[in-house]
Design a protein around this ligand. Structure first.
Ligand code: M6R
Length: 608
């Protein structure tokens, strides 16, 4: 939700914090701030608005210092404003705190601290942390932070500096991400790896309850019981360029174009020398599989849409009943889960609070847990029994694209593997689907090779008030993803519905000129989709269809057709989503939207 960065070393801290924050802006961008220790005081500068506002403000003054913390915010408690921006301070301004997460009992703590004479300035939950540390502070910052977190309920990653401890940066995490960067004569904290890559590739992943005390030369990690622990250093092997725009106008466009490679990266390590799927990371024996009577896939947003395709693929190939549920609903519906349930949590970030809570609920009820995630060492990856990594590489744009495609690939690989193990899929069919799956990077490349019609359509259609997506079967699931993409980056109202549901209500909204996107790739549903297109055309809709190359007669019914290369019906989502992503992207660009940082959104949602 928010991005944290912290530094202690010998270099000037302000540029390091600003550069780190620029790599974390995808986590929230309604305000930003820094706190720097210098000249025996803690100086805080913070502004409402993008990081650029803070950068501009800081460019007019020189604040020296080699210890500091920074923050980029996605507001939860209190509107975006200068005063609600982080860092927050205690009354005397000696202690500064940055925080990612939510302190659930902050109101109670705030009332008590006010009675104790502390003066609050902001509406945030975070400010209580600064005053709490102050309350317990008697010269030992570590002890004061330890005592403070005993009082906190909720989720937090916190970075703290204090005037009295100019040689220390203290940080702590529970249910919100925080990593430690290991340097030479300097050390770092950050919410995510890209913020550190310019300085170090050696990181420690912290566990829940861990506290870290950084000095220039040393890193001490204490676990939740205050006991010092030794951790393995994780070496990040990404190319720094993976987290940069590389000449594209936006990260989203770059990430859309990275999809052919992302499909390959997810597939290749799972195909053995004989051309069979080897899911070494998922430990389910045939015997265990025979006892699994249900699979539950839980996720949010785009990952949920991938889970819907997962349901289709697993039921089709492995003949196991699958429920796909929205994570924010799952734990409130008393789900039927037991030791015979296989639970799959799908999450790009691996830190989505609702997905994590659903995973914990499923574990409590005895299910076997698999995580499908893109982030190594993420919370969800650490709490699952088995982890299936979607090797999409870092996804920076808030709108998920390449992570979605790799989630789809993962779903198909799991479905095929389960199908073969269960004997519900013949080896011939398995080989046929796998061969086709392996041909998809090239076909995806083909779609990306000619996007002129998509751009042309975007330039004509960007002024719509409302857009409808229709489809049947897996085409409906892809339509939902296309609709989400459009609304989140272009702010056009859009809605996706199963085409057969149109006449049960939604068709009342179709009028002259309404844009309808019809995904019509499935042979056995093709005629029915043509009828649905005719229904909306009869009410004046302008229809853009997504169809396979050989389905040319659709041109007689739809106004425009965006073709995808020929592929088997079961696998079309991997291709048909690409024109929808591009259409959403170019419409958003034509409307002048800030594509990578859409309003009100953040890349990972670490609060409920
Ligand atoms: O990191 P996760 O995959 O768990 O995130 C889930 C959703 O928040 C995410 O997919 C969201 O819907 C994206 N903004 C979609 O583009």
């Amino acid at each position: 939700m928010c991005g944290i960065v912290g530094y202690i070393g010998k270099q000037e801290v302000v540029p390091i914090l600003l550069e780190g924050l620029s790599k974390l802006e995808y986590r929230g961008y309604d305000s930003a701030g820094v706190a720097i220790y210098n000249n025996n005081k803690v100086t805080v500068r913070k502004n409402k608005g993008r990081l650029s506002v803070l950068e501009k403000a800081l460019s007019t003054e020189k604040i020296n210092g080699t210890l500091g913390i920074g923050h980029t915010r996605w507001a939860t408690h209190g509107e975006p404003s200068d005063v609600n921006a982080h860092p927050h301070e205690n009354t005397s301004g000696d202690i500064a705190v940055v925080h990612n997460g939510i302190i659930e009992n902050y109101m109670k703590l705030k009332d008590w601290l006010i009675e104790e004479g502390k003066e609050f300035k902001s509406d945030t939950d975070t400010e209580v942390i600064a005053h709490l540390i102050d309350y317990y502070f008697d010269g030992d910052l570590v002890l004061a932070v330890q005592k403070s977190i005993e009082k906190l309920e909720g989720a937090y990653a916190i970075g703290v500096i204090s005037k009295s401890n100019p040689d220390q940066l203290v940080a702590v995490r529970k249910d919100s991400p925080l990593i430690v960067g290991v340097g030479e004569g300097e050390n770092f904290i950050a919410s995510d790896i890209p913020a550190l890559l310019k300085h170090t590739r050696d990181v420690y992943f912290l566990d829940d309850g861990d506290m870290v005390i950084l000095t220039q030369e040393n890193i001490r990690i204490l676990n939740e019981f205050g006991k010092e622990v030794k951790k393995e250093i994780f070496n990040v092997t990404w190319d720094v360029k993976a987290a940069e725009k590389g000449g594209y106008q936006h990260f989203m466009l770059k990430e859309i174009h990275e999809q052919p490679n992302a499909i390959k990266e997810t597939l290749s390590p799972r195909i053995d020398a004989d051309g069979n799927i080897d899911l070494a990371e998922i430990n389910i024996t045939k015997e265990e599989l025979s006892e699994i009577n249900k699979i539950v896939i839980v996720a949010c947003g785009t990952a949920y849409h991938a889970g819907l395709v997962g349901k289709y693929a697993i039921e089709k190939f492995a003949k196991i009943p699958v429920e796909t549920d929205v994570a924010s609903e799952f734990r409130y519906r008393d789900p039927f889960i037991d030791k015979n349930t296989l639970f799959i949590a799908v999450s790009q970030s691996g830190e989505t609070a609702d997905t994590l809570a659903a995973l914990r609920e499923a574990r409590r009820r005895g299910a076997k847990i698999i995580a499908v995630t893109n982030v190594v060492g993420s919370r969800i990856s650490r709490e699952a029994e088995d982890v299936f990594y979607t090797w999409a590489g870092p996804e920076i744009a808030v709108a998920s694209t390449k992570a979605y495609i790799t989630q789809l690939v993962s779903m198909y690989l799991i479905a095929l593997d389960l199908g073969l193990k269960k004997g519900t899929l013949t080896k011939e069919k398995y080989d046929e689907v796998l061969k086709e799956l392996r041909s998809l990077p090239e076909k995806a490349e083909q779609i990306l090779g000619d996007i002129s019609l998509i751009q042309e359509l975007a330039d004509k259609q960007f002024n719509n008030q409302s857009v409808f997506y229709i489809g049947r079967g897996i085409d409906d699931y892809v339509g939902r993803e296309g609709s989400l993409k459009l609304k989140e980056i272009s702010y056009i109202h859009s809605e996706a519905i199963a085409a057969g549901e149109l006449k049960h209500g939604t068709i009342a909204l179709i009028e002259e000129g309404t844009l309808v996107i019809a995904v019509a790739t499935q042979e056995h549903l093709y005629e029915k989709m043509l009828s649905n297109i005719k229904e909306v055309k009869a009410r004046g809709a302008y229809v853009i269809a997504i169809a396979k190359e050989n389905q040319v007669e659709i041109e007689k019914t739809a106004d425009k057709v965006l073709y995808i290369p020929e592929t088997m019906d079961e696998l079309t989502p991997i291709l048909s989503v690409i024109p929808l992503q591009l259409l959403a992207y170019y419409i958003a660009v034509a409307r002048g939207c800030d594509v990578d940082k859409p309003k009100n959104l953040a890349k990972s949602v670490t609060v409920e």
